[in-house]
Design a protein around this ligand. Structure first.
Ligand SMILES: [Zn+2]
Length: 117
């Protein structure tokens, strides 16, 4: 149980996200291993709240801007089902959760490939 969330420096997170989206193997590996230290049997998907056993898969890493701290990004863990959604659906789902968590936050998510450095 528990929702996987890590905070990252925004500058690092943007680089990772952009490089990974452009096919950089190292950046992809780093992202996919963000929750490698998750030491519980299961986790709660950030998007849908469903419990997923880590025997099925580790949390899939998804980066979003930290609604509270401009200089940070959040790496959140998604279940296989949510992670497999088409990008726009995934964005919409994550946005809905962020809006619920931070009602005053204006969510502005940018496709990773177009992130500024
Ligand atoms: Zn999910």
């Amino acid at each position: 149980m528990g929702i996987p969330i890590l905070t990252l420096k925004a500058t690092d997170a943007r680089l990772f996200a952009r490089d990974a989206a452009n096919g950089d193997a190292e950046a992809r590996r780093e992202l996919s291993e963000a929750f490698a230290n998750w030491d519980r049997d299961s986790f709660e998907c950030f998007c849908c709240g469903k419990d997923q056993s880590i025997e099925q898969a580790m949390p899939a890493t998804y980066l979003v801007p930290d609604p509270v701290h401009d200089s940070q990004y959040l790496a959140v863990g998604l279940c296989l089902e949510c992670y497999a959604l088409p990008q726009l659906y995934r964005l919409a789902k994550v946005r809905r959760v962020l809006k619920a968590l931070y009602p005053r936050y204006r969510v502005n998510l940018i496709a990773a490939k177009r992130l500024p450095p």
